[in-house]
Design a protein around this ligand. Structure first.
Ligand code: MSS
Length: 367
């Protein structure tokens, strides 16, 4: 058994019982701790930092004075959060999910955190639409292809910034729904989740939503940072990552069962309300099916609870009648674009974007 690690200082306010602390920079929500009310409580939300987060807790004490520099636009300038608040307001319910969520099931054991389902949550970020900000600066300079965000971590002296800098570029089409956020689930954005100000790119994997953003640039090229050039690429197993490979950007359709999912628990035979979450990726989740026999037969399940739009997940329930024995429970979502969750993961070297329904299946004891 793994040693139980305690929460790091910057996340000490989180609900330890709901979390798996892999390391000081990687904290996962337990599969049994998502609840069934759509929104993931902030104190149960996963944390992932690629490098040590900023140490100074005072930076979130006066969030309004944090500044972000904007370039690659007609009138480049910097904005305080207070100034951004004058430009517009949007609240975006959405799935925040690490690119590596589900990595723990890749058979070649990719390096990185062995997440199963809990490097994800459905939350509401509030902030200013990037489109409104662009209006205030006279629009992008001609010919820009990417939106590039830089994190506010300090670069240790003597290091080549590109090796450690957290900077990600996404296609400018992402501007449509992107926001610069200062609020999470109705509260000021905590440092652990990128406060005072964070880029939010709905529908894209977590790494593209840069925390404590210091610089927002519209650029012709993708960032030269290592995290852009050679990490988060669709690299074949055993291959050397290349900037020419597709970047890890948009999320695909995915779902998983949260109840019952505890392998140590025995479920009472008879009526069992199987429940979980389904997300569509770039379009809404449209249908969800459940199998109680390891994917041999499928039946439609029902969405329950509020529909918070295409970037949020939906809760679902399936009323099953389970006899004593072991049952393999699986679920499979289809989105509005017509994509259905595949049986098999798309193999790749670092174990990104696992949406295999078979990997997410749970074996449940019923007695
Ligand atoms: N940002 C910054 N600045 N830094 C870092 O490190 N990370 C990433 C994002 N952003 C980072 C950032 C990742 S990688 C993720 S997932 C996310 O974030 C998470 O979030 P939270 O809030 O949960 O912690 Mo993977 O794809």
């Amino acid at each position: 058994a793994k040693a139980v690690k305690s929460l790091p200082d910057y996340a000490s306010w989180k609900d330890a019982d709901s979390l798996i602390v892999h390391s000081a920079n990687t904290i996962e929500t337990k599969r049994t701790a998502f609840g069934s009310s759509v929104i993931t409580p902030t104190d149960r939300l996963f944390v992932r930092n690629n490098v040590t987060p900023p140490k100074d807790p005072s930076m979130v004490k006066e969030p309004d004075s944090w500044t972000v520099e904007v370039s690659g636009v007609a009138k480049p300038r910097s904005f305080t959060v207070a100034e951004l608040k004058e430009l517009g307001l949007a609240a975006v319910p959405m799935v925040l999910q690490c690119s590596g969520n589900g990595r723990g099931w890749f058979p070649h054991k990719p390096s990185g955190t062995q997440w199963t389902v809990g490097a994800a949550g459905c939350v509401i970020f509030t902030g200013v639409p990037v489109k409104a900000l662009l209006e205030a600066v006279g629009g992008m300079t001609d010919g820009m292809v990417y939106m590039t965000s830089t994190g506010g971590e300090e670069i240790p002296a003597g290091l080549d910034p590109n090796t450690v800098k957290i900077e990600r570029s996404v296609p400018i089409s992402a501007i449509e729904d992107a926001i610069l956020a200062w609020e999470l689930n109705g509260e000021p954005l905590p440092l652990a989740h990128g406060g005072p100000l964070r880029m939010i790119v709905p529908g894209y994997t977590g790494v593209n939503s840069i925390k404590y953003i210091k610089h927002l640039a519209f650029t012709k090229e993708q960032s030269m940072a290592k995290i852009q050039q050679t990490s988060y690429r669709w690299t074949p197993v055993g291959g050397k990552p290349k900037p020419s490979e597709d970047s890890i950007w948009e999320m695909p359709v995915k779902s998983w069962i949260n109840y019952p999912s505890d392998p140590d628990q025995t479920v009472k035979a008879g009526k069992v309300q199987i429940s979980g979450v389904a997300m569509g990726g770039m379009t809404a989740a449209k249908t969800i099916e459940v199998s109680v026999n390891g994917g041999k037969d499928w039946q439609k399940a029902e969405f329950v609870g509020p529909d918070l739009g295409k970037y949020a997940w939906r809760e679902f329930v399936f009323a099953a009648d389970l006899a004593a024995g072991t049952h393999e429970l699986a679920c499979r979502a289809t989105n509005e674009a017509g994509d259905t969750q595949p049986e098999k993961r798309l193999e790749n070297n670092r174990g990104y974007i696992n949406n295999s329904w078979r990997d997410h299946m749970v074996a449940i004891k019923v007695a």
